[in-house]
Each structure stands twice: as structure tokens, then as C-alpha cells.
Design a protein around this ligand. Structure first.
Ligand code: MGD
Ligand code: MGD
Length: 734
């Protein structure tokens, strides 16, 4: 029952505010006219939404003679206010990438050899429909698994639910922020959502635990971060590497990897033992304080010092800095948090620290979402699957919400046939061989399938294993469902609309999904003919119409971001107790620690270094390395090695080495960066490079892939999240 509450909250992110308080649009409404392609009329600028990453900034695409000549930030978009990062500015590099997928492709040779013949859309979709009908008849609709990612996937998700499969999973849960959402939800009764609502600009102390803001670039987030620092906020950066953020920090704590929970417990110990926590807030809103105080009594800074390798005096000093600045302390919850398999508990520890400082719902801490009412279609009931989910969400992984799914759980089921065989995968906007660890298992699982379908924009490596490839139009060529962001100080709705016609034979996702629905007799789930009609329906309760939104790109609404903006009855928490749960009965019921406890991570064997990884500001995941403008800025990654590690192995700065992991897996060659800016027990690289597909002519063979070296994972038993920082590598001279 409690888990049901947990799961529902993922969908109702704005649940703390009563229905009567639903936001209405700003009185002025849209201000400018940005006419663009409507019918056959050519006009200048189209307001739309970026998809180079998942922050989804507002952009204006300048169109001349049907060609997008420039993409810039939309000044009217409430999130990025006209600013745009390098990747967003390089949108045309994806649109006009000569290596794009151009036509539907059907496999024409053994699977894995990458031989295809181009086919028309009718042949491609008839083929898929025929296969899906057969699979449903012979193995049940549950035998088809869906791997979506990105905004455009939502129409496909409707299609897959209508078809009857419960098996759908995105990497944004089990390879990204799943354990964080579960940890905060257990504590505050509400997950954080995206964009994460961290009040960086108002903070007096910012705490980054791994979050490498500055290399991890979300435009408005780093703007708020810079604003906060320029207003005098102190910065504590906990990172085994001297990250860009660490270089701005008042305290850089080069923690021994995997020991953050020990540091967090010691911070709690100091806040409580020195009476620096927010007593009034805890008394009003929290439950379980006495149990927590008893629990952390033994976890002193002196206890944490040998574990974390951070001097106890620094632990005290930083805890006191937080205590003095409370409640304006922004403990950034992190985003990619699947590190060591204890990730839900680390997220819980961060959430509890946030609560002790009184920072949840307070200026300079974590602000609260404000709901936006939206319209929906009256659809027929979705068929109730006869068999439950195959990925373990809600069962083997009791706190993984069924709506989001566990990618690796679906791969496990495909390999084992347990709880039942999966016969087909449909992959939309997910680069499985780069974003799911243990890629050799993924390939092995694909080998067990009767059907593998990939809907993508580029010929990424996984295409090689597909039976059918469907080329989607890029985000600049299509409508997607509107972006509705409640976790902003001013919540907003933004639109994605086409700046130009789809190139080649590519088609928008909404069109592909609808055409499939026709063939599968599921059109009742798509009761609209054009995406404008769909948009109009969603917008109906907001008081703005599709034309207005298309003109300006985004409309914001007044928000109530802080507890003080809300009446007492709007301040309850969505937990079972209605309070912030410092002690979690729900975790105890699942035989897990009700309060976080430190467990030691596995250590690198002699001669090996822990592989850690992160982002570069000018690239997104593994999706941007083939982009002409972005590859000109950075066309390979490097492996960071500490000076002493380089000395011990005899490798030199600038030399190319191969990395070999503990299982003997070798990377492609990668250049060494010898630096003092990393601990001597780690090796670091930027994710997304080392791509194998020869059809990506700029990205192919550039640098090394972190994912290829992840032959091991430590799975979080509560969520299924794959802890990926448990692989060890050594440089081997090429
Ligand atoms: P992490 O991988 O959690 O990423 O960005 P973050 O959430 O910031 O953090 C990487 C940092 O953790 C590195 O600096 C690494 O040295 C440090 N680290 C490694 N091990 C440990 C440890 O044990 N303890 C501590 N304290 N630190 C450790 C990811 C985020 O970036 C995500 S999820 C998305 S969706 C976006 N992707 C993205 C992108 O692709 N490109 C760019 N430019 N920006 C992006 N922003 C977002
Ligand atoms: P991308 O590499 O961006 O990552 O996981 P993914 O979303 O799988 O792959 C996106 C795929 O979608 C690419 O194949 C791209 O060509 C395609 N694509 C791009 N635009 C479109 C479009 O408009 N339509 C369609 N149909 N396809 C499109 C990201 C995930 O990866 C995340 S969120 C995180 S935080 C994790 N980070 C991470 C890591 O740092 N290291 C390793 N090893 N694995 C990771 N996995 C996770």
C-alpha cells in the first residue's frame, strides 16, 4: 500500500499543493509574434524546444528558404531567458548531419553484420505491424519490450500501452536519477523531478556531492549557480577529482570514492551534536528525529576520517558552515546517481541532511513545484496485461515505480526467460550500447530476440543489430507533446514545433506512432489527426491556446516555490505519516535500513584504478560526437591519471593508451592527461566517446567508451539502479 503511494507520487510531482491552487498563466500572456512555417507560408523565426539534452531550453530557429540557418536561445522562454549552451547552438549540426538515417531500413543479411536495404514507409510499417500481431498472438503482448527516451517517445508509449505490454523502461531511471527520486520520495513524499528544483541563486552555501556543474551543463542551472556564487555563496565540492566546480570551491573535499554516505552521516552528527540543525522546522515538519539522533551518535567526523580520507577538522568546519547558513543551503541532490549500488541510501542521506538544515521548501534550498492543470483525451481503457512486468519494478526491485521501469531488468528477463521470455525490443531514442552498462550482455540479449526495431536519427552502433530501422525526423523538424514543467519557480508550458520540413524520408514520431496505431487497429487511442489538435486539447484548461503558445514558445505561470508561500494545509508531505520521514518505516518494511548506514565499496585490486566518468560541457551523452560544430570543439576524450599513477605505470602525458578492466576488456586507444587534479586511486574519462559505428564518420574511433569498460555493476536492491563505478582499469601502453 505504501509503495502504491510511492509510485503514484512519481506522476503527481506537484502533490503538495492543493488542487484549488492550480496555477494560471501570467496576466500578460505571450508577448511576441514569432510566425514560422504554417502551411506553405515561409516566415522568419520559429520558437521551439531544444533536444540536444534533457534540460529542454527554449530556442528560436531562424529559417530562410526552408533551411534552418541559425538556432539561438529564446529570450521569452522562462527557463533559459535567451541563453543557450554550445550544444543548443549546434542544433543545425544534427539537422544537417550527412550521416543521418535517411530512409527506413530492413535487415538484409545476418543480424549484427549491419547490412540493410532501404524500404518505403508502407513496407516498413506493414512489416512491423505484421510482426507485432504475430507476437501478440503467439507469445502475448507482454513479450514486446519498449526502450524509450526523450520527449518524442510519449506517443510511442501510448501505442505500446494500447498494444498491451507493461514492459517499458528508460535509462533515466536505472542508469540516472532513479535512486535519487526514490530516496527523496521516501523522505519528503515527493520526488524531485527534472529540472531539479535547487535554489542555487539564493543559496548561502552550495554543496555539490559529485555533481560537476560547469562540466555538467544545464544552462539555467549553471547560470543560477554562477549567480549564487557571485552573490557570495560558499561552495563545498565533494569530488575525488578537481572538477571545474571544485576549482571554484571554498572547500574541495577529495573524497575516497564510494564513501559519501560516511561523510553525510558525520555531517549529520555534527549538526545534531552541536545543535546546529533547524530545530523549529524539524519539530514542525519531521518525524523520527530521536531515532536519527541516536543512529548518528557514533558517526563522528573522527569515525569518518579514515573512511573518507577527509580530515575530521574539515568535516566539522564544513558542517558548521552549513549550520550557520541554514536554511539557505542548497544540497544539490545530484542527477546521475547510479554509482555504487547503495545509491537510494545515499540519496536518503542527502535528503535527511537537507531536512536537518530546514532547506526543503525554503529559499536557497530546494524549492517546491506548482501544479499546472492540463487537458487530456478521453481514451478507451488500456488493456490490462495478463502477466506482470518482466523487469522486476515493484517486485524484485520493490521501490522502482512501474511507470518508469528498469532497463537492465528487461535485459535480464530477455537473457533468462524469467519471468517469461521477451521476444522483441522496440528502441526509441535510447542508445543502449552506450548508456546501459555491460554492453556484451545487451548484445547477447539481442541475440535471443525475434525482432529488434530501432527508431533513431543517427546510425549509432546498435543499428547494426536491428531488423528494422525507422528514421525519425529531428527535433527541429517535428512536433512533440508539449513540455510541462512544474518544478520551476514559475512553472511553464513549452512547445516543440517544426522549423522546417523533415529531410530525406524521415518522419516525426507522432506520425509513425499514429500510422502504427492504424495498422494495429488502435486508432481510438489517438483521437486527433494533427499534433496541433493534440496540443489544443492539452492546453484547454490553461487559458492559452495553441496559436499563442506556438507564437512565443513558452508560457509561464505564477508559482508558490516556498513553504512560506503556502497556507498551513498546503504544507503537508506526501509520505505515509504526512511528515518528513527521517526514519523510514517503508524501508524497514522492505527489510532495508530505515536510516542510511555506510557500507564499504569494493576496492581496486593492486595495479588498478577505479574508473569514474562524467560530462564535457560541449557534448551530450553519446549523441553529439558526430555533430560537425561540436566535434570541432572536442573530438575525443582523454583519460585523467594522477601523476603518481602515471609514474607507476610509465605512461606519459599525451600518450595514447588502451584501458584494460579487471575482466580483461580493453578500450579503444585514448590519450592520457596526467594531472594532480584527481586522486591516485581513480582514472576519469568523459562519457560518450569511443563509438564503434563506422557510419558515424566524425565520431567513429575517437577516444574510448566508458561504457565498454563497464562489465560489472552493483545493482541497488531497492530500485534496480546499476551502480557503475565498480569497474577498475589500468592503462596499457598501446
Ligand atoms: P555525475 O556522474 O553524478 O554527474 O551530471 P552529474 O549528475 O553531475 O558526477 C560526475 C562527477 O562525480 C565527476 O566529477 C566525478 O569525478 C565525481 N565522482 C566520481 N565518483 C565519485 C564519488 O564516489 N563521490 C563523489 N562525491 N564524486 C564522485 C550528470 C548530468 O549531467 C545528467 S544525469 C544529465 S542527464 C545531463 N547530461 C549532460 C551531458 O550529457 N552533457 C553536458 N554537457 N551536461 C550534462 N548535464 C547533465
Ligand atoms: P544518448 O547517448 O543520448 O543516451 O541515455 P541515452 O538517452 O540512451 O542516446 C540517445 C539516442 O537517441 C542516440 O542513439 C541518438 O542518436 C538518439 N536520438 C537523438 N535524438 C533523437 C530523436 O529526436 N529521436 C529519436 N528517435 N532518437 C534520437 C542517457 C542515459 O545514459 C542517462 S540520462 C544517463 S545520466 C546515464 N549516463 C551514463 C554515463 O555517464 N556513462 C555510461 N556508461 N552510461 C550512462 N548511461 C546513462
Amino acid at each position: 500500500m505504501k509503495s502504491d503511494i510511492t509510485r503514484r507520487r512519481f506522476l503527481e510531482t506537484a502533490a503538495t499543493l492543493g488542487a484549488g491552487a492550480v496555477a494560471m498563466p501570467a496576466a500578460a500572456g505571450p508577448k511576441t509574434q514569432q510566425p514560422g512555417w504554417r502551411g506553405s507560408a515561409r516566415v522568419e523565426k520559429i520558437a521551439t524546444t531544444c533536444e540536444l539534452c534533457f534540460w529542454r531550453c527554449g530556442v528560436l530557429a531562424s529559417v530562410a528558404d526552408g533551411k534552418v540557418v541559425r538556432v539561438e536561445g529564446n529570450p521569452e522562454h522562462p527557463q533559459n531567458l535567451g541563453r543557450l549552451c554550445a550544444r543548443g547552438n549546434a542544433g543545425t549540426g544534427l539537422l544537417y548531419d550527412p550521416d543521418r538515417l535517411k530512409t527506413p531500413l530492413l535487415r538484409d543479411g545476418p543480424r549484427g553484420e549491419g547490412r540493410f536495404r532501404p524500404v518505403g514507409w508502407n513496407e516498413a510499417l506493414d512489416f512491423l505491424a505484421e510482426k507485432l500481431v504475430k507476437l501478440r498472438k503467439e507469445h502475448g503482448p507482454e513479450s514486446v519490450a519498449f526502450f524509450p527516451h526523450g520527449n518524442g517517445a510519449r506517443f510511442f508509449s501510448t501505442l505500446m500501452r494500447a498494444y498491451g505490454t507493461p514492459n517499458s523502461a528508460e535509462p533515466s531511471f536505472a542508469q540516472c536519477r532513479g535512486p535519487r527520486e526514490v530516496g527523496y520520495n521516501l523522505t519528503f513524499g515527493q520526488p524531485l523531478g527534472s529540472p531539479e528544483p535547487v535554489d542555487l541563486e539564493e543559496a548561502r552555501v552550495v554543496v555539490l556531492i559529485g555533481s560537476h556543474l560547469g562540466e555538467n551543463v544545464f544552462t539555467s542551472q549553471i547560470t543560477a549557480f554562477a549567480t549564487g556564487l557571485s552573490r557570495g555563496a560558499k561552495l563545498i565540492a565533494v569530488d575525488p577529482r578537481f572538477s571545474t566546480a571544485a576549482s571554484k570551491a571554498d572547500w574541495w573535499l577529495p573524497i575516497r570514492p564510494g564513501t559519501d554516505i560516511a561523510l553525510l552521516l558525520a555531517w549529520m552528527n555534527v549538526l545534531i551534536s552541536e545543535n546546529l540543525y533547524d530545530k523549529g522546522y524539524i519539530d514542525s515538519y519531521a518525524a523520527g528525529f530521536d531515532q536519527l539522533a541516536t543512529h548518528v551518535r557514533e558517526f563522528t567526523p573522527e569515525w569518518a576520517e579514515p573512511i573518507t580520507e577527509i580530515p575530521s577538522a574539515k568535516i566539522r568546519e564544513t558542517a558548521r558552515a552549513m549550520g550557520a547558513a541554514k536554511p539557505a543551503v542548497a544540497i544539490h541532490p545530484g542527477r546521475h546517481v547510479t554509482w555504487y549500488g547503495d545509491d537510494t541510501q545515499r540519496a536518503r542521506a542527502m535528503a535527511i541532511l537537507t531536512a536537518l538544515l530546514g532547506s526543503w521548501g525554503r529559499k536557497g534550498g530546494i524549492f517546491l513545484p506548482t501544479p499546472i492543470d492540463r487537458g487530456s483525451f478521453d481514451l478507451p481503457d488500456f488493456p490490462e496485461p495478463k502477466r506482470g512486468r518482466a523487469d522486476g519494478a515493484g517486485t524484485r526491485f520493490p521501490l522502482a515505480p512501474e511507470e518508469l521501469g528498469v532497463t537492465n531488468g528487461l535485459i535480464d528477463a530477455t537473457l533468462s526467460g524469467d519471468p517469461y521470455p521477451l521476444k522483441a525490443w522496440i528502441v526509441y531514442g535510447q542508445n543502449m550500447l552506450e548508456s546501459i552498462p555491460q554492453p556484451a550482455r545487451t548484445v547477447e540479449a539481442i541475440g535471443k530476440l525475434d525482432l529488434m526495431v530501432v527508431v533513431d536519427v543517427l546510425p549509432v552502433d546498435q543499428i547494426r543489430y536491428a531488423d528494422l530501422v525507422l528514421p525519425e525526423a529531428t527535433y527541429l523538424e517535428r512536433y512533440d507533446p508539449p513540455t510541462i514543467v512544474e518544478s520551476a519557480k514559475r512553472p511553464f508550458i513549452a512547445v516543440r514545433s517544426p522549423a522546417c520540413e523533415p529531410l530525406f524520408e524521415s518522419k516525426p514520431g507522432w506520425w509513425i506512432a499514429r500510422e502504427m496505431a492504424k495498422r494495429l487497429d488502435l486508432l481510438a487511442y489517438f483521437p486527433w489527426e494533427t499534433p496541433e489538435q493534440h496540443l489544443e486539447k492539452i492546453l484547454a484548461p490553461t487559458g492559452i491556446n495553441a496559436k499563442q503558445l506556438l507564437n512565443c514558445g513558452a508560457v509561464s505561470f505564477p508559482g508558490k516555490p516556498y513553504l512560506e508561500d503556502r497556507s498551513p494545509d498546503e504544507r503537508s508531505f506526501g509520505t505515509a505519516s504526512g511528515k518528513i520521514e527521517l526514519y523510514s518505516q517503508e524501508l524497514a518494511d522492505h527489510h532495508a535500513d530505515p536510516m542510511p548506514r555506510y557500507t564499504a565499496p569494493s576496492l581496486p585490486p593492486k595495479g588498478f584504478l577505479r574508473l569514474i566518468y562524467g560530462r564535457a560541457p560541449v557534448h551530450s551523452f553519446a549523441r553529439s560526437q558526430n555533430n560537425e560544430a561540436l566535434s570541432a570543439l572536442m573530438n575525443e576524450n582523454e583519460v585523467w591519471l594522477h601523476t603518481s599513477s602515471a609514474l607507476a605505470t610509465g605512461v606519459k602525458d599525451g600518450e595514447r593508451v588502451v584501458l584494460e578492466n579487471g575482466d580483461g576488456v580493453r578500450s579503444s586507444p585514448v590519450r592520457v592527461r596526467v594531472t594532480e587534479g584527481i586522486r591516485n586511486d581513480c582514472a576519469y574519462m568523459v562519457h560518450g566517446f569511443g563509438q564503434q559505428s563506422k557510419a558515424l564518420r566524425r565520431a567513429h574511433g575517437r577516444g574510448a567508451s566508458d561504457n565498454s569498460l563497464m562489465s560489472r555493476v552493483s545493482v541497488d536492491p531497492l530500485t534496480g539502479g546499476t551502480g557503475m563505478r565498480v569497474n577498475f582499469v589500468r592503462p596499457v601502453r598501446a
